[in-house]
Design a protein around this ligand. Structure first.
Ligand SMILES: C[S@@+](CC[C@H](N)C(=O)[O-])C[C@H]1O[C@@H](n2cnc3c(N)ncnc32)[C@H](O)[C@@H]1O
Length: 254
């Protein structure tokens, strides 16, 4: 049986593990397809002008949202991640803060986006805060990039390295609910990430389960993954398009 104390401690360590590798994170994590961001915004019943990127990290999602012409504020608890974001996107207001205590006034955003991070939140407290900062009719949008496991060699790689991010939120048998929001709907968007064997391994090395692993365990897993990738014709030499899927969940604030 798992020890809840240990699980909670590991969860907290993983949630705060990214900052040490902020530069690598910015260099090697994928961004999000434009269609996924547009679909998320279409969940609002009001024009979307002011957007909060919550748990903004180094600004992967922030950049996509500013490219769509939105006025974006970034909130992120980790100082190193936030510093990287401000270096890359100096014009974006960047605030230190957590989802459970958002440093913004009531009804100040038309949409709140969360990239690759909802699974780190205390959901009840976070949704209460997200609802507070959203204007009526505004949308909450959560996105995750993950490996496209419909591709057999990607499925095998994904199993080997255990890259899985939390996808349970899009499980139709366990629909996400939040007080003060309508039903969550979800959509999938395929895209790709231009990689080499080295840069794909560098991407994987920024995943929290490897960030908190011992150096020995991390090196062993990455060596196994390299051996596998070098045996796959689609990945073995030079650059290739690594297949990804973005899962998006959206709901409207009542
Ligand atoms: C995997 S990164 C995602 C960063 C960025 N959104 C992206 O899409 O690349 C997860 C981020 O969530 C942040 N985070 C963890 N717990 C949080 C919380 N309770 N509230 C807000 N952010 C949190 C971490 O500091 C980290 O920057």
């Amino acid at each position: 049986m798992s020890d809840p104390g240990t699980d909670a401690e590991l969860h907290a360590r993983r949630a705060s593990s990214f900052g040490d590798q902020a530069g690598a994170y910015a260099r090697h994590r994928p961004d999000y397809p434009r269609a996924a961001l547009e679909w998320g915004m279409a969940g609002a019943s009001r024009p979307v002008r002011d957007v909060l990127d919550l748990a903004a990290g180094t600004g992967k999602l922030t950049e996509g949202l500013t490219d769509l012409g939105r006025s974006v504020t970034a909130v992120e608890p980790d100082a190193d991640m936030l510093a990287e974001l401000s270096r890359l996107l100096p014009d974006v207001p960047a605030l230190t803060g957590k989802a459970e205590d958002i440093p913004l006034p009531d009804e100040s955003a038309d949409a709140v986006f969360v990239g690759q991070a909802l699974h780190w939140f205390d959901l009840e407290a976070a949704f209460a805060e997200i609802r507070r900062v959203l204007r009526p009719g505004g949308a909450v949008v959560a996105l995750w990039n993950h490996d496209d496991e419909s591709v057999p060699w990607v499925l095998e790689f994904s199993r080997l390295i255990r890259t899985g991010v939390s996808r349970g939120f899009a499980d139709p048998d366990r629909p996400l609910r939040a007080d003060g929001f309508g039903r969550f709907s979800h959509e999938l968007f395929t895209h790709t990430h231009r990689r080499t064997v080295d840069s794909l391994l560098a991407t994987v090395a920024t995943h929290s389960h490897l960030l908190v692993a011992s150096a020995e365990d991390r090196d062993r897993r990455l060596a196994q993954a390299r051996k596998y990738l070098e045996s796959v014709p689609q990945a073995g030499t030079g650059e290739f398009d690594y297949p990804l899927v973005t899962t998006v969940l959206r709901a409207r604030r009542s």
